[in-house]
Design a protein around this ligand. Structure first.
Ligand SMILES: [Zn+2]
Length: 184
């Protein structure tokens, strides 16, 4: 079982002091926040492809690197990173072949029902899934929308720059979609 494997490995990791070399404080060394997708292909590839070491950045992730509104948990994380943790540069990095691209809402709800959630429960949800379970159509447009959502937040200071990029989940190659410095 995975949990047991993890616990067993962890015990040795600590015992052998393998944490040495990872030690840092809670302030990001590069004063930056990366907001990206939860995709497993990016877990190790992205930090290596961007030359990020432990402690360099605040990393915020969700499905699709999407921000639904100014008050979602991503915005909360970004604002805390900016005000309390001294980050002044934000990188939104979406990726090709994302599971949230062309996300099919109807298909998703069919899966929910197949797993035993009743029609009644679905009908009584506080919010219509169509409003918050959205995906995106075009990856670059998605990046721009997330960048705009961050930049237009009333609590974001003017001196914080927001960049938009797309990463290839196979090669780690970055494509610049929006350079934050130019829009200052
Ligand atoms: Zn993704």
């Amino acid at each position: 079982m995975l949990l047991n494997q993890i616990l067993e490995f962890n015990e040795n990791f600590v015992k052998n002091k393998q944490y040495e070399g990872f030690q840092t404080d809670r302030f990001p060394n590069k004063r930056a926040v990366i907001f990206t997708c939860m995709d497993n292909r990016l877990v190790d590839l992205m930090p290596r492809a961007l030359n990020l070491q432990n402690g360099d950045v605040k990393m915020v992730k969700n499905a699709g690197a999407m921000i639904t509104n100014h008050y979602d948990s991503t915005m909360k994380s970004i604002l805390v990173a900016v005000y309390n943790l001294k980050a002044d540069e934000i990188f939104v990095i979406s990726h090709h072949d994302c599971g949230m691209s062309n996300f099919q809402m109807d298909n998703f709800m069919d899966l929910v029902k197949e797993r035993g959630v009743s029609e009644e429960t679905i009908a009584n949800l506080e919010k219509d899934p169509k409003e918050w379970m959205e995906g995106f159509v075009d990856v670059r447009t998605n990046v721009k929308e997330s960048v705009d959502m961050i930049k237009s937040h009333p609590l974001l200071p003017d001196d914080v720059v927001v960049h938009g990029l797309v990463i290839d989940p196979a090669t780690g190659e970055l494509e610049l979609v929006e350079r934050g410095y130019e829009s200052e």
